[in-house]
Design a protein around this ligand. Structure first.
Ligand SMILES: C[S@@+](CC[C@H](N)C(=O)[O-])C[C@H]1O[C@@H](n2cnc3c(N)ncnc32)[C@H](O)[C@@H]1O
Length: 389
């Protein structure tokens, strides 16, 4: 295995647990081909860890282990079983994000588990090149009969010069999955669905519906397959409106209402969120509870200012659209918008909307998306549960 040397002055962050190395921080990047393993050293030749390299990516190396260890099937199995034992402790049903990349000290690999169906995203060159190792490890831990779907359609792959694709390893598997979240039955087709199939990251936040949903009119904007709204129905909402720009997630949301035999009034609206909220702000039927859970607006640091305006506008219309003394769950899953910035966004939105609010609780990503305390990039989901006065 070759050695990769850090330039002088770039050792501290990695030595204290940060797992990424950027292309301007190393001496001899051109010695490597994409996906190659490397022993990483400081400029004074102190060992830092074992990582993998992609000279074509801005993040040119990611550290897999701080120890000088073999990166083999046992290493991969160890990372997965360590992550699995945490999930087994936290959840009594086998539906969760099994492995969360850097948050579980395994950069580039995301695995969601729907019982015996595993949805995998391999977001780096090394991870992609070693997919057989990862698949074998999963089969050895669980069973040879598991279904595996490679949801390799995340744009992060483009930064690593990898193609986008979606592939079920079992050609007979049609992609339909049934699972549960917060004791609610859920359906989605994993091949047609977004990301790894479902957004498990809001599970714990959705439980807060128990405090406000009863007898309320709830609107779930950016609903996807209905997670927030279904939690509202389970907790006694009198009516729920689901809004999303895509048709297929709304069809699933409708299916999920039926699956759970929820009897309250529901409606499913395919519409752009801002257009919907602008209409709602003028309407006489304003909701008691509003959920705003948009996709990431900030895809890169360069576009931050544009995205901040987008968040302020969205939250302005949300604040104008809820009943007096009503509640909003508002979220951002943009890695580049931290909690302080999101708080600032909300204050700006309230000022422009001419509204006051109280923060009842902060929201963050679910327990199966652990934050690596040395990498703020892994703390991507933040939000606030507020009352609008
Ligand atoms: C982060 S996901 C929502 C996850 C969902 N709330 C949950 O908890 O499972 C964002 C959703 O917003 C939808 N979306 C994207 N742009 C939109 C827009 N302009 N208006 C309405 N929905 C949009 C996407 O189709 C996607 O379902």
């Amino acid at each position: 295995m070759k050695s990769l040397f850090l330039k002088k002055g770039f050792e501290r962050r990695v030595q204290t647990g940060y797992l990424w190395i950027f292309s301007n921080e190393v001496e001899n990047l051109k010695d490597f081909v994409p996906g190659e393993l490397a022993k990483i050293f400081t400029h004074t030749k102190d060992f830092v860890g074992i990582g993998y390299v992609n000279p074509h990516s801005l993040i040119c190396a990611r550290i897999l282990s701080k120890k000088d260890t073999k990166i083999d099937i046992d290493f991969v199995k160890n990372r997965i079983t360590t992550a699995l034992s945490l999930r087994k402790k936290l959840y009594n049903k086998p539906y969760y994000r099994l492995l969360f990349s850097e948050g579980d000290f395994f950069p580039g690999v995301i695995i969601d588990r729907y019982d015996n169906i595993f949805s995998i995203q391999l977001n780096t060159f090394w991870a992609d090149k070693n997919k057989d190792l990862i698949i074998t490890a999963l089969k050895e831990i669980f069973s040879n009969n598991i279904n595996i779907v490679l949801k390799n359609d995340n744009n992060a792959r483009l930064l690593e010069t990898l193609p986008l694709s979606v592939e079920s390893l079992n050609s007979e598997f049609n992609g339909d999955i049934f699972f549960e979240e917060n004791e609610i039955k859920m359906y989605v087709n994993i091949l047609k669905g977004q990301k790894t199939g479902y957004y498990f990251d809001q599970r714990e936040n959705k439980k807060l519906m128990q405090f406000v949903a009863k007898d309320s009119y709830v609107i779930d904007v950016f609903s996807y397959i209905g997670g927030w709204g279904l939690n509202a129905l389970k907790n006694g909402a009198k009516k729920v409106t689901f809004v999303d720009i895509s048709a297929f997630p709304l069809e699933c949301a409708e299916e999920n209402v039926k699956l759970n035999k929820f009897k309250a009034e529901t409606e499913f609206i395919k519409m752009d969120a801002i257009d919907f909220l602008k209409n709602l702000a003028q309407s006489n039927e304003k909701p008691d509870v509003l959920v705003i859970d948009p996709p990431a607006f900030v895809k890169s640091k360069k576009k931050l200012n544009e995205a901040l305006k987008g968040y302020i506008n969205l939250n302005k219309w949300a604040l104008k659209s809820v009943k007096k003394n009503g509640f909003i769950f508002t979220c951002s899953c943009s890695q580049h918008v931290d909690e302080e910035k999101f708080h600032w966004i909300l204050n700006n939105a309230a000022k422009t909307a001419g509204k006051k609010f109280k923060i009842l609780s902060k929201l963050s990503q679910g327990f199966d998306h652990p934050v690596n305390p040395k990498m703020k990039e892994t703390f991507y989901l933040k939000g606030f549960f507020i009352q609008v006065l």
